[in-house]
Design a protein around this ligand. Structure first.
Ligand code: DGL
Length: 274
């Protein structure tokens, strides 16, 4: 049976990072309803094994499939890097990731082809950005850097504090002396640290994230498959978290500017594995 056009779009992340993609979706896809799952209780995914990331991502995708979504946006680079193909094989609706859009955005703005990729340990290890960029531009020179200290700053709500600059500086030190004209925020949590990252990078470096390009992909897929919501009825987004409601809610209010977001608790997976 065909999924109705007014069905919601599912969005998943290991935590609050995918809200950076939701922010663009709310702006550019005003007709669509969003259901979000953030696995904050098991965040970060970055240091986890490929098997765990696959298992947890599949749990979120299955929960959304049961809620009747018409499309899934994997708004997590770590999960995109290791699960996109499997999700596409197993789910009966389109599944979009964030790495190809981020690679495209960077290849578009870089004039020297020297591109730094900031991401989680899992994303950097997977070399997913190297593969995606080389498919677009053969002479790109990628400088990968894992920044494992960034995600906890965002998840704990400390991302706005000025006293985290020493952590930013220490994390970005390994590439401070290198030449590149573009840096990809290759983790959906990092746009919440955009200003602090910019402050530590050489002047003139373009900072790109995948959110805007991902939403272009969502839009094209909706229109290509005749899935756009044309009913004129859009419901408020629903946010599920496996973690603490208050923390999620305050970040959603701050980042999305929604006065009272509908944040609910969800339990995923087997008991004892959180
Ligand atoms: N937001 C995620 C990403 O884009 C993952 C962060 C994490 O859980 O380590 O990679």
């Amino acid at each position: 049976m065909r999924i109705p056009n007014d069905a919601p779009i599912g969005v998943i992340d290991s935590g609050v990072g995918g809200l950076t993609v939701v922010k663009e979706m709310l702006q550019f896809l005003p007709a669509e309803t969003i259901i979000y799952i953030g696995d904050d209780a098991r965040c970060p995914y970055g240091p986890r094994s490929v098997e765990e990331v696959k298992e947890f991502t599949m749990e979120m995708a299955t929960a959304l499939a049961e809620m009747g979504v018409k499309m899934l946006v994997v708004a997590c680079n770590t999960a995109t890097a290791v699960t996109l193909d499997i999700l596409r094989e197993q789910l009966p609706f389109p599944v979009l990731g964030v790495i190809e859009p981020g690679a495209r955005a960077a290849a578009h703005v870089s004039t020297t082809g020297k591109i730094a990729v900031l991401g989680t340990v899992g994303t950097i290890k997977s070399k997913a950005y190297e593969y995606a960029i080389s498919a677009i531009s053969t002479d790109a020179d990628i400088i990968p850097l894992a920044c494992p200290e960034f995600v906890p700053l965002v998840e704990s709500g400390q991302y706005k504090q000025m006293n985290i600059q020493h952590i930013m500086k220490r994390s970005l030190q390994p590439i401070a002396h290198l030449e590149f004209d573009t840096a990809i925020l290759g983790c959906t949590h990092y746009p919440l640290l955009h200003d602090q990252i910019q402050e530590q990078l050489p002047v003139g470096v373009n900072i790109v994230s995948s959110a805007y390009e991902t939403v272009r992909d969502v839009e094209n897929t909706l229109s290509g498959l005749d899935l756009a919501n044309i009913s004129g009825e859009r419901k408020a987004p629903i946010f599920y978290t496996t973690g603490q409601l208050e923390v999620f809610e305050s970040i959603a209010i701050d980042w999305l500017g929604i006065r009272s977001p509908d944040v609910r608790h969800i339990v995923l997976g087997k008991p004892g594995c959180q």
